[in-house]
Design a protein around this ligand. Structure first.
Ligand code: C5P
Length: 219
């Protein structure tokens, strides 16, 4: 049977890395819901939409087609036909996305799209509110955790490996700030679902986390 797997947790906890591998292993589709909020943020900045203006953001979202496509190099994000995969990872988008994601009207539309993508099961979806709001009946719910220091260090190592500029202290601050905004917002805050299984990945490898989730999935 094709089930739904919900993976939530704070920023840079390794959700997308793990979710992608699990989806591949099970031949399921992978849905990175953060990429959808990032795509809207990118589009709003490009069109100089005020990120506090809920109505304008919703209007923009209604005109924005966001496609998530699997590719050999991971997931590709297409916005109204344009490949924005790398653009949506910029510091400008990363540091503003929580402001866009806090609006109720924006979240309602995003959740509806995400539920549409998952309607036939066979999906691994990662985000902040998947187990609590998007897929409350998911057969498997995981909440991934790691210390801020560990998460910042991993992001830092990734950046260095890619040849990007990186500042560990700044990464720590940005991650902590985003977690605070995402957990303190009024609508669907970042929160472990009551029936989710918590996995602290601080001292686990990627393979270790994947193994754990796959064994939970087989139960
Ligand atoms: O997962 P990622 O770090 O790319 O998510 C970017 C941002 O999108 C989060 O910091 C959060 O503000 C928002 N988000 C959300 N709900 C989700 C997924 C992401 O509010 N399900």
């Amino acid at each position: 049977k094709q089930i739904s797997i919900a993976i939530d947790g704070p920023a840079a906890a390794g959700k997308s890395t793990v979710a992608k591998i699990i989806a591949e292993t099970l031949s399921y589709i992978y849905v990175d819901t953060g990429a959808m909020y990032r795509a809207l943020t990118y589009q709003a900045q490009k069109n100089q939409v005020d990120l506090q203006n809920e109505e304008e953001l919703l209007h923009l979202l209604n005109e924005t087609v966001i496609d998530l496509k699997p590719s050999e190099s991971g997931q590709v994000v297409i916005l109204n036909g344009q490949n924005v995969t790398s653009e949506i990872r910029s510091a400008e988008v990363t540091n503003s996305v929580s402001l866009v994601a806090k609006h109720r009207a924006v979240r309602e539309e995003m959740v509806a799209r995400q539920q549409g993508l998952a309607k036939d099961g066979g999906v691994v979806m990662d985000g902040r509110d998947i187990g609590t709001h998007v897929l409350p009946h998911a057969e498997v719910k995981i909440f991934l955790l790691a210390s801020v220091d560990e998460r910042a260090q991993r992001r830092h190592d990734e950046n260095i490996k890619k040849g990007f500029e990186s500042n560990l202290e700044r990464l720590k601050e940005e991650i902590a700030r985003r977690d605070k905004l995402d957990s303190e917002r009024e609508v669907a805050p970042l929160k472990k679902a009551e029936d989710a299984i918590e996995i602290d990945t601080t001292s686990l490898s990627i393979e270790g986390v994947v193994e754990k989730i796959l064994s939970i999935t087989k139960e």
